[in-house]
Design a protein around this ligand. Structure first.
Ligand SMILES: Cc1cc2nc3c(=O)[nH]c(=O)nc-3n(C[C@H](O)[C@H](O)[C@H](O)COP(=O)(O)OP(=O)(O)OC[C@H]3O[C@@H](n4cnc5c(N)ncnc54)[C@H](O)[C@@H]3O)c2cc1C
Length: 538
């Protein structure tokens, strides 16, 4: 293979955008090395195929955390995409940017160029919003974002009316003027098919002669010589190969794999690496540290009106929605599992929302081994209202357990390890019941199923939330951006402190977690990261 200017490790949300941006001018040669395989798979394209990808080792790294005291000792399951498009090829497709103030926090933490005024133009340029352009939204960009206004389940109206009655009025666009409120989620779905970062950015760029994408290429080490990254070592087709870069090596392996790869390469906590016999090339205790993730859980009700359970459960219903999908590219199979949602404050004293809501017009209490049973929901009409926290204060870490690059790293999530996180979730679950008590929902609810009417005291509710919470799949900040190597891993240009020619551009470089889902911010990081790389090239 011809020596490229840039090697990108990972073709996920950030890596796909980066590859498109770096090759657009035609002046730079780029090679993307992706451990997973092709995204040309039926259940990747079918939006509700999400449930089938959730545990599938063919497309998923399928991580488990260490037993977590904050989750009643359970080991949480952390899916991550191992496929072209990375996690954007297996995610739930909700499109949320986060709050303006989140990015102003990034800049205020000593990261010039990452404030809301800096990132908004990138978000606008990236997207082609079905809802139409305005001061906040863009059209004509590579990423189509569905407004998700057609074919909504009737219970979405009940939910929105209940929110309004509870004091959370409808907001027309969570990514527009006001995030706070209730509304319908916009989706990365185009023409009834998942619109992953690979579909929107990488695949069009793969037509360019200056981009090569190698699938099944698992990078095992960054080659660092005299303090400079000069290439990578990777396994492909049962062989160990090396690839050198004329310019830079860019890690876009995601919040678990990027710090893992840095540690394997001798960049990380010195004592940990020494203990594993890995020569320490750059001691930095923050590599794999500061792990931040949103925790969430659902409350579930039995309904006295039909929900998607009614149609998705029986074989004839499956046949019907299958036919509807094939003929119209519509129906429940063409949607995310999250039909609507919202952002609210658990206390009026807070300056901005600290909780996110998810409304799902079906329920999945009866689990099925090895599948997230979206396509086989409960045998009765059910509704789920879910939550996730926006700015958790709990922090975990990721540490390699051996020098074997194929061994999963140890993930210590430390969920709900601060009183703050427990108390705000307790307030939030009470709010869910407050919503369910509003006439628009109460009139169609038969009974609360989970946690159920016996769960009433604060202690019982905290016990329940610890037992039933889990990741909402947004691990971030494990190679966080910041000016000081004592507290961060990359600088505002996403360059690894102390190692030349090496950047980390993915969700691990977030300085802190944003309020909302993390696909859009990771893609934005790829977009803005490419600007930084290109600026340094000229
Ligand atoms: C089940 C699930 C549901 C989610 N739902 C939503 C949602 O609805 N909305 C939303 O906004 N966000 C959602 N997210 C989160 C969002 O998708 C991720 O935050 C985002 O995709 C992360 O992007 P990334 O570029 O950091 O990493 P990823 O997209 O995970 O990409 C990393 C890529 O690097 C590859 N890689 C890793 N290590 C190596 C290596 N050593 N060698 C070669 N390649 C390597 C991986 O295979 C992968 O393709 C969800 C995530 C999951 C898992």
């Amino acid at each position: 293979m011809e020596t490229p200017d840039y090697i990108i490790v990972g073709s996920g949300s950030a890596g796909s955008v980066l590859a498109e941006r770096l090759t657009a001018s035609g002046r730079h040669r780029v090679v993307v090395l992706e451990a997973g395989g092709s995204d040309r798979r039926f259940y990747v394209h079918l939006p509700l195929g999400y449930g089938k990808l959730f545990y599938d080792p063919a497309v998923n790294w399928g991580y488990r955390t260490e037993p977590d005291p904050g989750l009643a000792g359970q080991r949480d399951y952390w899916p991550r995409g191992k496929i072209l498009g990375g996690s954007s090829s297996i995610n739930a497709m909700v499109y949320i940017r986060g709050q303006a103030a989140d990015y102003d926090d990034w800049a205020a933490a000593g990261n010039p160029g990452w404030g809301w005024g800096d990132v908004l133009p990138a978000f606008r340029a990236m997207e082609d919003t079905e809802a139409g352009a305005d001061e906040w939204r863009g059209t004509g960009g590579p990423l189509f974002v569905s407004a998700n206004r057609r074919g909504l389940h009737p219970l979405v109206r009940n939910y929105l009316d209940a929110c309004a009655a509870a004091g959370l009025p409808e907001t027309p666009d969570f990514n527009g003027a006001r995030q706070e409120g209730a509304g319908v989620y916009q989706l990365t779905v185009k023409d009834g098919r998942r619109n992953s970062a690979a579909r929107a950015f990488l695949r069009p760029a793969m037509k360019r002669p200056n981009l090569a994408v190698v699938t099944g290429a698992h990078v095992t080490r960054v080659l660092i010589e005299q303090g400079r990254a000069v290439g990578v070592e990777y396994r492909h087709g049962g062989q160990t190969r090396t690839l050198r870069a004329r310019g830079e090596v860019i890690l876009s392996g995601g919040a678990i794999n990027s710090p893992q790869l840095l540690q394997l390469s001798g960049v990380g906590p010195g004592a940990l690496l020494q203990g594993l016999g890995i020569p320490v090339l750059q001691h930095n205790p923050n590599v794999g540290g500061n792990l931040s993730d949103h925790q969430g859980l659902n409350y579930t009700w039995r309904m006295n009106v039909p929900t998607y359970n009614t149609i998705l459960r029986p074989w004839w219903g499956k046949a019907l929605v299958g036919l509807q999908y094939v003929l119209t590219r519509g129906g429940p199979l063409a949607k995310s599992i999250n039909h609507a949602g919202g952002f609210f404050r658990t206390s009026p004293d807070l300056a901005r929302p600290n909780m996110q809501l998810y409304m799902q017009a079906f329920s999945t209490l009866v689990p099925r081994e090895g599948e997230r049973p979206l396509l086989t929901p409960d045998p009765f009409p059910g509704l789920s209202l879910g939550l996730s926290n926006c700015r958790p204060t709990s922090r975990g870490h990721i540490h390699i357990a051996s020098s074997d690059p194929f061994a999963h790293p140890v993930i210590t999530a430390n969920a709900y390890s601060t009183n703050h996180d427990v108390e705000e979730m307790l307030a939030a679950v009470k709010y869910l019941r407050h919503l369910a008590a509003q006439p628009a929902l109460a009139s169609v609810i038969a009974e609360e199923l989970r946690p159920g009417p016996d769960c009433v005291t604060d202690d019982q509710m905290v016990d329940d939330l610890r037992r039933r919470s889990g990741t909402v799949y947004h691990p971030s900040c494990t190679c966080r951006m910041g000016p000081d190597p004592a507290t961060s891993v990359v600088d505002a240009g996403l360059r690894v402190h102390g190692v030349a020619g090496l950047r980390v551009i993915d969700a691990s470089s977030f300085p802190n977690l944003i309020a909302g889902n993390t696909n859009a911010p990771a893609m934005m990081l790829g977009w803005k990261g490419a600007e930084r790389v290109l600026a340094d090239a000229s």
